[in-house]
Design a protein around this ligand. Structure first.
Ligand SMILES: NC(=O)c1ccc[n+]([C@@H]2O[C@H](COP(=O)([O-])OP(=O)(O)OC[C@H]3O[C@@H](n4cnc5c(N)ncnc54)[C@H](OP(=O)(O)O)[C@@H]3O)[C@@H](O)[C@H]2O)c1
Length: 216
C-alpha cells in the first residue's frame, strides 16, 4: 500500500517507520524541519521518503493523520484535494495545553474531522495506545496472543485498509463500529494515556479485551 504520513512527530514518525519496514511505500510529511523528515525517511529504509503533505496525499491509498488538534485545518489545507481518500486518524481533539478533550460526549474529534474533510473516508485508529509502545508491539508481532487495537469508521473499504495497517504493526484489530463510536474511544484513549504516563510501570502500555463464553 502507499501510505502518506501527515504529521511526523511521536506517532507519525514511528508508525510511518513501521509501515515502511512492513513493506508499505511511505511518504513522511509535515514537520517544521525538512531535514528531520529526510533523516527519518533514511532511517526507515528504502520504502520511505520525505515529502510535503501534498506529496504524501497524491497517490496514497491511506493517509495517517497524526497532528495536534490545533494543526488539523492547516495540514488538511496543505494536503490539497483529498476527495475519496482514506484517512486513518490517531489525532485526539485535545485543547491547547493537552489537558482535556476539546470535543466530546455528543460529538467527537473523528466526526468533526469528517465534517472538515468532506468526501474522505475517516477511520479512527492508533489513538488508544501511547507512541512508546509501538516498536515493542511491532517486535512482538509474531506472538500468538497480540494486544488489541480499537478502530471505527463508516466506510467498509476504508476500515479494511485500516485493519491491514493495524495488523501489520502487530495489533489484533478490534472493529468497534461506526465513526460515532469515537465519542467513547477518544475518552478511553485518555484513560490509556493516564495509565501509561501517570501509572506505575512506564508508558510502554497496550491493552487486550477478553470475551468469556457464556456457559448458559
Ligand atoms: N504521542 C502519543 O503517544 C499519542 C497517542 C495517541 C494519540 N496521539 C494523538 O496523535 C496526534 C499526534 O501526536 P504526536 O504525539 O505524534 O504529536 P507530535 O509529536 O507533536 O507531532 C506532531 C507533528 O506535527 C508537526 N507540526 C506541528 N506544527 C507544525 C507546523 N506549524 N508546521 C509543520 N509541522 C508541524 C510536528 O513537527 P516537528 O517534527 O517539527 O515537531 C510533528 O512532526 C495528536 O493528535 C495526539 O493527541 C498521540
Amino acid at each position: 500500500m502507499r501510505v502518506g504520513i501527515l504529521g511526523s512527530g511521536l506517532m507519525g514518525a514511528k508508525l510511518g517507520t513501521i509501515f515502511a519496514r512492513a513493506g508499505h511505500e511511505v511518504v513522511l510529511s509535515y514537520s517544521h524541519s525538512p531535514k528531520k523528515l529526510e533523516k527519518l525517511a533514511r532511517a526507515a529504509g528504502k520504502n520511505a521518503r520525505a515529502g510535503t503533505p501534498r506529496d504524501a496525499a497524491r497517490q496514497a491509498d491511506a493517509l495517517l493523520l497524526a497532528v495536534h488538534w490545533s494543526r488539523i485545518d492547516d495540514v488538511l489545507q496543505l494536503a490539497g484535494d483529498l476527495s475519496g481518500k482514506v484517512i486513518v486518524t490517531c489525532s485526539l481533539p485535545m485543547n491547547a495545553d493537552d489537558s482535556d478533550l476539546a470535543v466530546g460526549h455528543t460529538w467527537s474529534g473523528a466526526e468533526e474531522l469528517a465534517r472538515r474533510a468532506p468526501r474522505t473516508h475517516i477511520v479512527g485508529a492508533f489513538n488508544t495506545v501511547p507512541s512508546e509502545v509501538l516498536f515493542d508491539v511491532y517486535k512482538a508481532r509474531t506472538r500468538k496472543i497480540l494486544p488489541g487495537l480499537l478502530y471505527y469508521g463508516d466506510n467498509l473499504g476504508a476500515k479494511r485498509i485500516a485493519k491491514k495497517l493495524i495488523r501489520d504493526v502487530g495489533f489484533d484489530p478490534i472493529d468497534a463500529g461506526p465513526l460515532r463510536i469515537a465519542r467513547y474511544a477518544e475518552p478511553f484513549a485518555l484513560l490509556v494515556a493516564q495509565l501509561a504516563y501517570e501509572g506505575k510501570g512506564g508508558p510502554e502500555l497496550a491493552y487486550r479485551f477478553e470475551r468469556f463464553k457464556s456457559r448458559r
